[in-house]
Design a binder for this molecule. Sequence first.
Ligand code: NDP
Length: 475
Amino acid sequence: MKKLMTTSAGNPIGDNQNSLSAGSRGPLLMQDYQLIEKLAHQNRERIPERVVHAKGSGAFGTLKITEDISKYTKADVLQIGKKTPLLIRISTVAGEKGAADAERDVRGFAIKFYTQEGNWDLVGNNTPVFFIKDPLKFPDFIHTQKRHPRTNMRSATAAWDFWSLSPESLHQVTILMSDRGIPKTLRNMNGYGSHTYSLLNKEGERFWVKFHFKTKQGIKTLTNKEAEEIIGKDRESSQKDLYESIENGDFPKWNFQIQIMTQEEAENSSFNPFDLTKVWPHKDYPMIDVGEIELNKNPENYFAQVEQAAFSPSNIVPGISWSPDKMLQARVFSYADAHRYRVGTHYEMLPVNRPLTEVNTYHADGPMNFSEPRSSDAYYEPNSFNGAVEDKEYLEPKFPVTGDGDRYSHLEDDNDHYSQVTELFNLMNDNQKQQLFNNIAESMNGVPEEIINRQLALFEKVDSSYAAGVRKALK
Ligand code: NDP
């Protein structure tokens, strides 16, 4: 049987090819509601693109837990044998929605796990660290990555000016400018939760945790020249690779691992374990196997399932929680707020964002509230009408907070922005070091000498051969 085409109110459509006109040569009649509805809808086909991470690719998949980590966490999603459906969105940061994929940039690595205890979102990057550690600097930093307000072009001067004045960025800048700064495909890179989170076990003990996703496809990267050639022919190289590999049954996989730090170890750590510009060295905090993620299904509709997907570190489940990391604390507010603006107040009701579990809140009304009306006298809390109630079982154990309220300088309090970068630099072979020097020199094209010199002084603090290598490449 043929499906009947209708207006959005369900009224049958008799002709979708010819508008209603006075005579065959027009003009058109105002009462052609079908035409008006069609044009009006087209005008509203877009939602604002994300301010950051506008260009992304998404896929559905599964998290499988293969190891017993119940001594660290009671989270149902992390118990051995558990399989949980997930949505991933991997993105570049700075470019707009139409930007080319093979650009030198950090990649966002956002996962929504549809667990039996509500959604758990882990919204990280393909790097274990970040450029800054105080969220007060975030909007300024992003302005340097976006277009200059006068020229409407990206500004290398702004980027290097900010980085050279923010020594805490050196670790992430070095990763970005290294061979890993342009992953060959989204399948050939690692993902990191980046922040320190906490795990809570049944006894109410808290452990600090870092989440890692190690690619099973191997790390593969592109040089600037290789990326230029790809972009010249194909701006959607990552999207194409991910989509086609999943369509062809070649499902990408990542090993899911964690690092654990006890509260006592954190108190005695030589570095701040909640500083997003630092990693936890593997030899001190060894990797622990947990399971695997696999991507095995492409979205049916990119707009509905990827563009409208809304990931937020505010979504956690019992057994997993946050840490004092200042960047994480700000993201807990700012991501959900971004979605309320970009998608709408009720963004979590959309099918792709909706949890598998029942949602019972006392939030009311608001634009585009499309929940089924539930008739009840329990529309406030506390009430005497059998409404949803809290359960103290889900209270998190206390967490210690100390110190006087102040604006503590993140540069003075914890000012070793160099030794972990030296460790990274020492991991690189000669070819990788040369790529690093060349990539930095290329990206400094047109940057004033004063800014370059300030940045070279930072490289000098990492290793004098780092500064010398960049200096030589600049010539
Ligand atoms: P390890 O030698 O135990 O680990 C080095 C890590 O560096 C590996 O995970 C490796 O990832 C990764 N790596 C290698 N080259 C690059 C690159 N160009 N960009 C980003 N990551 C790279 O040493 P440590 O744990 O003591 O850490 C030393 C340095 O390695 C750190 O200062 C940090 O810069 C970097 N690193 C550390 C991580 C950590 O969690 N400890 C995580 C990622 C990087 P892979 O296994 O995929 O090759």
